[in-house]
Design a protein around this ligand. Structure first.
Ligand SMILES: Nc1ncnc2c1ncn2[C@@H]1O[C@H](COP(=O)(O)OP(=O)(O)OP(=O)(O)O)[C@@H](O)[C@H]1O
Ligand SMILES: [Mg+2]
Length: 593
């Protein structure tokens, strides 16, 4: 199997064949070979039993015509036994295929989920969450339906076709005439039907992904929608997309309605009766044989009717397999580098002629600096200057396009990704909290932390006090996306989370928080506590923070225009002086470029 780059890896996940949707589905199927075998055997016995009933009804008929006799009893017994067998094997068939389908759904969902965790930030930055979700739910479930009932019906109806054909041939070979003609018509119409249905099926699923992506986005941004009074506009947009989705279903309905094999079946059934009666008239077969033949031919009704439905679900399932596999097979840029350096970080960081851009356009240009272990570094610059981007290169969220980022003198690419990232803590500009308890949010990344450690971290982060003032204290569940806490509170929880993991390098993106002076004092204290004994990068607009930094990096439009201490920069950097000249005296509220 080809190796796929990935940032994360689960040891015991099975290697499935990902060459094509068909290979992939088959390799999932082959994980439980006994289930499909059981299904086929059960279906075989089931259909033979059913055919047998038809044959013995014919035979009984002949027996009755010959006059009353005891010979009828064994015939009836065979019919009863066949009926019981048919019932039992039907049960086994359905049970095995249902188990198979549920397991495959579970396996595929697991594989898909793992593959999402493996992907780089560049990948996730481009994807719409709702679309990924629809693949995880709707499409994965379509795989389930493809097996049960889809595949089961195909196997069952194939056997419900083959076994009666053999039985008819054994009754009298010339009886095969009408069934064969019927088969030819059926195959052609099915192929045609399939060809027309496939594009509609695929478009339907794409549209479903789009719809759920839109719903997700609107719900995430509901505050923005409301404050801009865009409800009506968004509703109309949604309805028009929903209409497109509906139209695909109507199109599918029209294709299904034009399904004329049922008509072909009805005609053939009539023709087969005429043919059977004709053969009886010529004395080639008995009347009972004609009845048995008609009973057998009737099983084709099931085949004809069900092929419509089963083709549909299999088609749908394969389209879904394609959509899931598309994501699984997307290459990502980074890999976890299992063989890479794995050791405790001292804390020196060096940027060596680093260039970086997201989609071609350069965001960082020729960045050079060297930071000693334990230093506190302030990064300043106007909005969009590239401050956040620069720090993202330190923990390898992205790799530079040119140049290298070295941690302890070792290229970040040569570090074991897990070892590197687990020692670098990030407090984002927009702190994300999970809808879990505050305790769990703080212990995220350190599940084994004790109650005491969590409390200590919260105290250092100046968060303990406000947490205790909440109704449930540390057990308070944070609302979705952390909306029940203020920006300053979320930031302090993030600081506590970072402190608990005791990172060697701490990165704090503090540039947007505008807060009152009391909270600011607390956050200052928290940050000071956090930056002790480790290399710390602070992106900030606060003068007090900038002042006590050991080194200040001044960024302007992606370029590092100056670096040094506050005093040095006031001396030599026009740009730095400009930044401060526009600040009010005394307290600092923010800078503008
Ligand atoms: N994921 C992304 N994809 C494409 N471009 C991006 C992405 N993130 C940022 N950019 C662009 O890169 C440039 C630098 O962004 P960055 O977030 O690093 O700025 P910043 O200095 O942190 O700004 P701010 O102070 O507003 O947070 C901006 O022009 C921005 O448009
Ligand atoms: Mg930023």
């Amino acid at each position: 199997m080809e190796t796929v780059l990935r940032e994360f890896h689960v040891e015991d996940i099975r290697p499935y064949n990902r060459k094509s949707p068909l290979h992939w589905v088959l390799s999932h199927l082959m994980r439980y070979p006994h289930l499909p075998i059981l299904m086929v055997v059960a279906s075989l016995v089931n259909n033979t039993a059913y055919g047998n009933i038809q044959l013995y009804i014919g035979k009984s008929f002949d027996q009755v015509l010959r006059g009353p006799s005891g010979a009828l009893v064994p015939l009836v017994l065979v019919i009863v036994a066949s009926a019981v067998l048919q019932g039992l094997t039907g049960l086994v068939r359905n049970y095995s295929v249902e188990t198979l389908a549920q397991r495959i759904e579970r396996d595929c969902r697991e594989e898909y989920y793992v593959s999402l965790l493996e992907k780089s930030q560049t990948f996730h930055g481009k994807q719409r969450v709702g679309d990924l979700m629809s693949r995880a739910t709707y499409d994965v479930h379509a795989l389930n339906l493809m097996f049960s009932p889809g595949l089961m019906l195909i196997v069952d109806s194939s056997l419900a076709y083959a076994i009666p054909m053999i039985m008819i041939a054994r009754l009298h070979t010339s009886l095969l005439l009408v069934p064969i003609l019927f088969t030819i018509v059926l195959v052609f119409t099915l192929l045609d039907y399939n060809r027309r249905l496939e594009p509609v099926s695929l478009a339907q699923q794409e549209q479903n992904g789009k719809l759920s992506a839109e719903t997700e986005e609107i719900l995430s941004g509901i505050l923005t929608v409301k404050s801009n009074v865009q409800e009506k506009y968004e509703l109309e947009k949604f309805l028009s997309d929903a209409r497109v989705f509906r139209d695909y279903f109507i199109q599918q309905g029209i294709i299904q309605a034009r399904y004329w094999p049922m008509l072909a079946f009805a005609l053939s059934w009539g023709m087969s009766l005429l043919h059977g009666l004709y053969l009886w008239k010529t004395g080639a077969i008995s009347l009972g044989t004609v009845i048995g033949f008609m009973g057998l031919f009737n099983t084709f009704r099931f085949v004809t009717y069900i092929s419509l439905f089963s083709f549909n679900t299999v088609q749908h399932g394969m389209a879904s397999a394609k959509r899931i596999l598309e994501i699984i097979n997307t290459q990502t840029e980074l890999d976890q580098n299992l063989q890479g350096t794995r050791k405790k970080i001292e804390g020196s960081v060096e940027f060596d002629t680093v260039f970086f851009g997201y989609n071609g356009a350069l965001v960082l240009k020729r960045i050079n600096f060297f930071i000693q272990p334990g230093m506190t570094v302030a990064i300043v610059g106007g909005t969009g200057a590239g401050k956040t981007t620069l720090t993202r290169l330190i923990n390898r969220t992205f790799d530079p396009v040119v140049g290298s980022v070295k941690i302890d003198g070792i290229d970040a690419k040569d570090w074991n990704l897990e070892s590197l990232r687990s020692q670098i803590a990030f407090i984002e500009q927009d702190v994300f909290l999970f809808s879990r308890t505050i305790r769990e949010n703080i212990a995220f990344g350190r599940e084994d932390a004790t109650e005491e450690e969590i409390r200590q971290a919260a105290q250092l982060a100046q968060a303990h006090e406000f947490i205790c003032s909440l109704k449930d204290g540390y057990d308070t569940v944070v609302g979705d996306r952390g909306v029940t806490l203020s920006g300053g509170q979320r930031q302090r929880i993030a600081i506590a989370r970072a402190l608990l993991t005791d990172p060697r390098i701490l990165i704090l993106d503090d540039s947007t928080s505008a807060i009152d002076s009391r909270t600011e004092d607390e956050i200052q204290k928290a940050i000071r506590n956090a930056s002790r004994n480790r290399t710390t990068f602070i992106i900030t607009h606060r003068l007090s923070q900038i002042r006590w930094a050991d080194r200040i990096l001044v960024l302007k439009k992606g370029e590092l225009v100056a670096q040094g201490t506050h005093e040095e920069l006031m001396e030599v950097s026009e740009e730095y002086r400009k930044i401060f000249s526009i600040l009010p005296k005394g307290k600092v509220y923010g800078i503008h470029s």
